[in-house]
Ligand binder design. Structure first.
Ligand SMILES: [Zn+2]
Ligand SMILES: [Zn+2]
Length: 695
């Protein structure tokens, strides 16, 4: 059978199904099952949206509700686990798994199912040591704390999964098992995610729970997401057992978020989702271990003198009991029901809705009654099933944007003291995440008066770089925002004053002048400028004054450079007793070739506009040296290059950006994938139709 694996979904169901369709058409295969590795965002309405632990401005209703109300049906049977971006209130209704919409099945806190005889296990959420030993005590409406801890992995689920001793074909987790990077070459990974370097070096990247499950269960495949990049590794457990690990990106046009795998299966088995009798037996025999209290609870370990049962691998007898209960028919019933009023599309939906109340789900009630186990949510809120529509209170104050401390992967409860240090760089690429940099805070109080980003029409966006003391922080934030600017096509970077940019502010530089801080600063700027360089937008640096040191490096991170007559560029780092620290050396070699790059770096000489053009470092000189006019000229220059639809501009930029960053074969593969994504897409169809009309 063919299974499509998708990384983070982030509510983009329409796009995911389209991509699966494109890919299956391209490969000429039929996809039997889609697996999504979390951040699914099964948001039914505005109240669900308030239960999702993301900053307010990222609460988007997305497309799931259309599947929930049956306006569209998932074209492929879809199986998913939860991540850290979820309507946790909805997922909590289905602790042991269930249908969140027709043809879309959630695996529960943890679960094992069978599909065509293939055994698929998984665990939802992300690992945080400080919540690991607690019960499932959270219930909506959440506090900002419980909204996060609700999706933290618990030891009960890990303990249950470890009772499965044999034959897992596929395992799904949201975060990566810790240490997985030790099983593959990490150069590529670190190229895209340089800020993982320290975590990898200290072996603290990823889930400890996942790591122990990987080595205990030894599944044939393991799929994960969360870190928003593709990474593959093979873990050879022993002579006969190995795990193929694959992490995928989130669903965005230019990312590697989808792959098809072929899994051999018994063709006598029907392709329907079924319960796994072993798992059912384990749920039954470990029901007494379920806690809904926030206190620490240890799983039985069979220590000396203990009389408590600690081994729950099902006995033949226990399996027989399950057989009787289920009449030997394990097909998961198609018993989806709506338990909340669905979203009604309107342009200005209520962003300050009240959080949903806890709600029992008849699917779980039925399952628990049948198996004789407890629904954790019912243990918390008591019985009667109240099917109530969400209450909307427009006066409700929106949840405060919570800090990201929960999200920091370096956050290990065992070492609270080191928390500060681990938070230096962010480790997830979700745009709402902000770095907790150890760099001095921006000192310029006037920051708010002049926003870094000036929103213009969709053609060009102007970024000012005048506040040098906060420049690094602002640039980081600006790039984050630009990464999400889907309708945009181009940006122009220019200064407000006389100097384009002279690199790091000297006050800042003095405060951090030791190798450690230098390395951190350099890593931060490498990351920022690499992402700027790789943005889907077409970038132009307008150099109307001096671009020296870091400023020169910044200029190399744009696709094009325009100079005014007063523009000057100089790689003066050598004169300051250092070398290029923001990746400008590498990019200069790419731009000019090694001989010219070396000459400029070695001499530190400052080059005026005409020579920059002659060298190929500048793409043109503006007529005017006056800022407003020069910016206008730069726009005129850029405009004709942005004539295609945003998605085409983004895709073309992606091809070029990839070509300059990865080896030839890989770039060709990427180009094929980008092409396939657009082939037969809306823009393509429209163009074809127009052509036919004009004939
Ligand atoms: Zn994600
Ligand atoms: Zn995530």
């Amino acid at each position: 059978m063919i299974i499509a694996i998708e990384g983070c979904a982030h509510g983009e169901l329409d796009q995911i199904y389209r991509s699966v369709e494109n890919l299956s058409r391209q490969r000429n295969v039929k996809v039997d099952l889609l697996i999504c590795c979390g951040d699914f965002q099964a948001v039914r309405n505005e109240s669900d949206l308030q239960c999702m632990a993301v900053p307010d401005k990222f609460r988007h209703i997305c497309t799931f509700y259309r599947y929930y109300i049956g306006e569209v049906k998932a074209p492929i049977l879809t199986l998913f686990i939860g991540g850290n971006h979820e309507a946790s209130n909805y997922l909590q209704e289905l602790a042991y798994g269930g249908w969140v919409a027709p043809n879309i099945y959630y695996l529960g806190y943890a679960g094992v199912v069978k599909f065509g005889g293939i055994r698929i296990a998984g665990i939802s959420g992300i690992f945080k040591g400080h919540d690991y030993l607690k019960g499932h005590f959270e219930k909506p409406p959440y506090t900002s704390g419980t909204m996060r801890s609700a999706y933290h992995v618990r030891s009960l689920e890990v303990f249950r999964l470890k009772q499965i001793k044999e034959g897992i074909d596929i395992f799904i987790s949201h975060d990566w098992p810790r240490g997985i990077y030790n099983y593959a070459d990490t150069r590529e990974l670190l190229h895209w995610k340089p800020f993982f370097r320290d975590e990898i070096a200290n072996n603290i990247l990823g889930s400890q729970a996942g790591e122990s499950l990987l080595h205990e269960l030894k599944p044939k495949h393991w799929f994960a997401a969360h870190l928003h990049c593709r990474f593959a590794a093979t873990v050879q457990h022993n002579e006969t057992q190995s795990t193929n690990f694959l992490a995928l990106d989130k669903c965005l046009p230019r990312r590697q978020y989808l792959e098809l795998i072929e899994v051999p299966h018994d063709s006598n088995q029907s392709l329907e989702l079924c319960y796994d009798p072993h798992w059912l037996a384990i749920l039954r025999s470990t029901n007494h271990l379920l806690s809904v209290r926030p206190t620490t609870q240890y799983m039985p370990s069979g220590g000396p003198g203990s009389t408590e049962r600690w081994e729950f691998h099902p006995s033949q007898e226990e399996i027989e009991e399950i057989k009787t209960i289920f009449n030997d028919d394990y097909k998961i019933p198609l018993n989806f029901v709506q338990t909340a009023e669905p979203f009604k599309p309107r342009p200005n939906y209520n962003r300050n809705a009240r959080q949903a109340e806890a709600q029992l789900n008849p699917q779980t009630t039925e399952f628990c009654e049948k198996l004789g186990i407890d629904d954790p949510l019912e243990k918390l809120i008591g019985k009667p099933i109240i099917l109530s529509a969400p209450v909307v209170n427009p006066d409700e104050i929106a949840l405060e944007e919570d800090d990201d401390e929960e999200e920091q992967l370096g956050d290990q409860s065992e070492e609270p003291a080191s928390h500060e240090n681990n938070d230096v760089f962010f480790v997830d690429t979700k745009p709402q995440k902000r770095s907790k940099m150890s760099l001095p805070q921006p000192q310029n109080e006037t920051l708010d008066e002049e926003p870094l980003l000036k929103e213009k029409e969709e053609v060009a966006e102007t970024t000012n770089l005048d506040k040098s003391s906060s420049m690094m922080v602002n640039l980081w934030n600006a790039v984050n925002e630009l990464q999400d600017w889907k309708s945009g096509k181009g940006i122009i970077l220019h200064s407000v004053g006389e100097t384009f940019c002279s690199g790091g502010d000297l006050n800042t530089v003095r405060q951090i002048s030791n190798p450690d801080e230098g390395y951190k600063m350099s890593t931060l700027m490498h990351n920022t400028l690499t992402r700027l360089h790789q943005l889907p937008l077409i970038s132009v640096a307008l150099i109307q004054g001096k671009a020296l040191g870091g400023g020169a490096e910044l200029a190399t991170a744009c696709d094009f450079r325009l100079f005014t007559e007063k523009g000057e560029i100089g790689f003066v780092q050598g004169r300051m007793g250092v070398v290029t620290g923001w990746g400008g050396g590498t990019r200069l070699v790419q731009l000019l070739g090694q001989h010219r790059a070396l000459e400029l770096l070695l001499t530190s000489r400052q080059i005026a506009a005409p020579e920059a053009v002659a060298l190929g470092l500048a793409n043109g000189i503006t007529k005017s040296s006056e800022l407003t006019e020069a910016v206008e000229e730069a726009k005129q220059w850029l405009q004709p290059k942005l004539c295609h639809a945003p998605q085409i501009v983004h895709a073309l930029k992606h091809i070029v950006a990839t070509a300059r960053a990865v080896p030839y074969e890989e770039s060709l593969l990427n180009e094929r994938q980008v092409f396939a994504m657009l082939w037969g897409g809306d823009a393509n169809k429209k163009a074809l139709e127009q052509n036919i009309k004009h004939k």
